[in-house]
Design a protein around this ligand. Structure first.
Ligand code: ADP
Ligand code: MG
Length: 621
């Protein structure tokens, strides 16, 4: 909807979502109201970067090449704060697109963050691409005047809104390119009209902004000193920076409210020249699991922001890493396509991966508690590396942690170091969920022998197992739900003899079960892995990883299911003695179905299972 208003302006409605957002934001951000300054200054700085990129792409541009600046002014009498820049500015269409609608998919996530339990996360506003609207937290009216670089002074535009559903646009004259945002403060916000206050906020939030930010007045005075350092944070020498500075920088670029767990800052010189400033966050960002949303690392070329990495600079399995990579070798107009085939990028990528993994290794060794936090948030992502980056498999394997029958969390190294005498394999159980894994009958014999079994309950664990199938430190991985239990030297002579005897004793029963369960069980065998359950299902020894994939992604049953029966169980004994009983078939099927259930699988025909079970129960004396 748009109608013509009196002053030659045109009135537009915000998208419904914007109105909802504005309402919620004003209330939720109230205790963090200073955030508005960070957001508006960061927009100004982005606009300056965009101008520089455009100038590079269009050298014929006639805009004067004056030094970039950002200015924050205030007027106590008028009750206004002004943020102005000489960046790229906006055309009328751009104003409508950028300040009337919400382009990014993050909005609904942000609305959820505002209304959910973690109300504090409103501070994270900038992360969701809606930072501009934070102006309404302190302002009852916002007037933005802008002229796009390359357009005539007469093509400037003024955007005015009280943030309550509509905004107006009117054409204005503006001699210089760039944008000026005037905030008419709400009653009670007078405390902001104070030079000391504004200076402190700018220093705190914007010190890393590599453009000079001036404070006071409206005209740029010669020889004036900027409030901020105006040097790219990462280009400053490490020796000048304390942990506190890194944490502040991290928070201002990521809009995260928690400190990072670790960081690395490294200047690489030689054949290629670049700076890495990379952080390991303390919490998972909201978009960690969204497919296209990758905003971890921002590529800069000679301190100008160029693009967000989407997998060229860091592999997907390190997508939780945040920070900046600044290259001196790439052209400013670099595209994703160029990145893919650039030798400089290959070099940067392999160094960055190496350094991040080293940082994690150090954390795992020196600060295990911190590493546990890291693992809790990002372990599942890092595990993807086992499939994605075969060349670093061994290095990654040492970073993995698993729950086991013996501990909440164990590394493969710890597991290998405490293996039982005579044990030559690393045992694991893969199940749809961790709860399924822990309760599985397949563990019974291993528990009885005190052998540790890793419990793998995530879909991504498939890749881990596949990646490690050869071996870790010379020890093969062996599923406890696959093929022969293969206790190796752990099995004593008595065990072996008992198993052979049971095979002979139950030969007839096995045959009968094979007949009854034809089409369901690929084979029926006597088990050596059960102590208290009557039966379980394992997969064929020859089934390779593909079978495991099926098992987790299909109905949870291996492609060649083998029913194993416990020779010491009374139920099995009863089946053996009553092979001619009319209930034999029902019992056999129920036994098989139980095996499927304890595997964490789904019954193909639950109704048949229930009918059979009820028949058996009604028959019981
Ligand atoms: P984000 O900065 O994450 O894109 P914002 O809500 O802060 O989200 O800003 C929305 C958009 O408005 C920006 O992407 C930019 O296109 C435009 N914009 C805001 N402020 C300025 C400015 N000072 N100069 C030019 N464009 C601006
Ligand atoms: Mg912004």
């Amino acid at each position: 909807m748009n109608t013509y208003a009196d002053a030659g302006g045109e009135t537009f409605s915000f998208e419904a979502e914007v109105t909802q957002l504005l309402d919620l934001m004003v209330h939720s951000l109230y205790s963090n109201k200073d955030v508005f300054l960070r957001e508006l200054i960061s927009n100004a700085s982005d606009a300056i970067d965009r101008l520089r990129l455009e100038r590079y792409a269009h050298p014929e541009m006639t805009e004067p090449d004056d030094a970039p600046w950002i200015r924050v002014g205030f007027d106590r009498d008028a009750g206004t704060i002004t943020i102005a820049d000489n960046g790229v500015g906006m055309s009328r269409t751009e104003v409508i697109d950028h300040l009337g609608t919400i382009a990014r998919s993050g909005t609904s996530d942000f609305l959820r963050a505002l209304t959910g339990d973690q109300r504090g996360s409103a501070e994270a506003i900038g992360q969701f691409g809606v930072g501009f609207y934070s102006a309404f937290v302190v302002a009852e009216q916002v007037v933005l005047t802008t002229r796009r670089a390359g357009l005539d002074p007469a093509e400037a535009v003024r955007w005015t809104s009280d943030g309550r559903g509509t905004y107006t646009l009117e054409p204005v004259e503006r001699a210089e390119r760039g944008t000026t945002v005037v905030l008419h403060l709400r009653d009670g916000q007078e405390d902001l009209l104070n030079e000391h206050r504004l200076r402190t906020v700018i220093r705190r939030f914007c010190d890393h902004i590599n453009r000079p930010i001036f404070l006071g007045g409206t005209e740029s005075a010669a020889g004036e000193e900027p409030v901020n350092q105006a040097a790219a944070f990462w280009s400053r020498p490490k020796s000048e920076l304390a942990e506190r500075d890194y944490h502040e920088h991290y928070r201002s670029v990521t809009h995260d409210t928690t400190d990072p767990l670790a960081y690395l800052h490294s200047k690489v010189e030689g054949q290629y020249e670049y700076t890495l400033l990379l952080y390991i966050p303390g919490t998972a960002p909201y978009d960690l699991w969204l497919q296209q949303a990758r905003s971890g690392v921002k590529l800069h070329v000679q301190r100008v922001f160029v693009l967000e990495d989407s997998g060229q600079l860091l592999p997907d399995y390190l997508r939780f890493v945040r920070g900046v990579i600044d290259s001196a070798d790439l052209p400013l107009n670099v595209s994703r396509e160029i990145l893919q085939s650039s030798r400089a990028v290959d070099h940067i990528r392999s160094t960055a991966v190496k350094k991040v993994l080293r940082l994690l290794r150090g954390m795992a060794t020196d600060e295990p508690d911190k590493y546990a936090t890291f693992w809790e948030h990002f372990g599942s992502v890092l595990k993807e590396g086992m499939a994605e980056d075969p060349a670093r498999r061994d290095e990654l394997a040492d970073l993995l942690r698993f729950p086991s029958t013996h501990a909440e969390s164990v590394s493969l190294r710890e597991y290998a170091d405490r293996m039982k005498e005579g044990q030559d394999k690393i045992y694991y159980l893969l199940a749809p969920t961790l709860a399924d894994a822990g309760a599985s009958p397949h563990l019974e014999a291993y528990r009885a022998k005190g052998v540790e079994v890793l419990l793998l309950g995530e879909v991504v664990d498939n890749w881990v197992v596949t990646g490690l199938l050869q071996a870790y430190d010379g020890k093969r991985l062996q599923s406890v739900a696959q093929g022969d239990p293969a206790f190796g030297d752990l099995e004593d002579a008595a065990d072996k003899e008992r198993a052979e005897q049971a095979d002979a004793t139950y030969a007839g029963l096995l045959d009968k079960l094979r007949t009854v369960l034809r089409g369901r069980a690929w084979d029926v065998r006597v088990s050596t892995r059960l102590t208290s359950s009557p039966a379980c299902i394992v997969s064929d020894g020859a089934t390779t990883d593909a079978g495991l994939v099926d098992r987790l992604q299909g109905n949870g049953i291996p492609s060649r299911p083998i029913l194993e029966i416990n020779p010491d169980h009374t139920l099995v004994d009863r089946l053996d003695r009553h092979q001619d009983d009319p209930r034999f078939d029902d019992l056999a099927h129920v036994l098989f179905d139980q095996g499927v259930l304890t595997l964490g699988g789904c019954l193909e025909d639950p109704a048949a299972f229930v009918t059979r079970l009820n028949a058996l129960l009604s028959d019981a004396d």
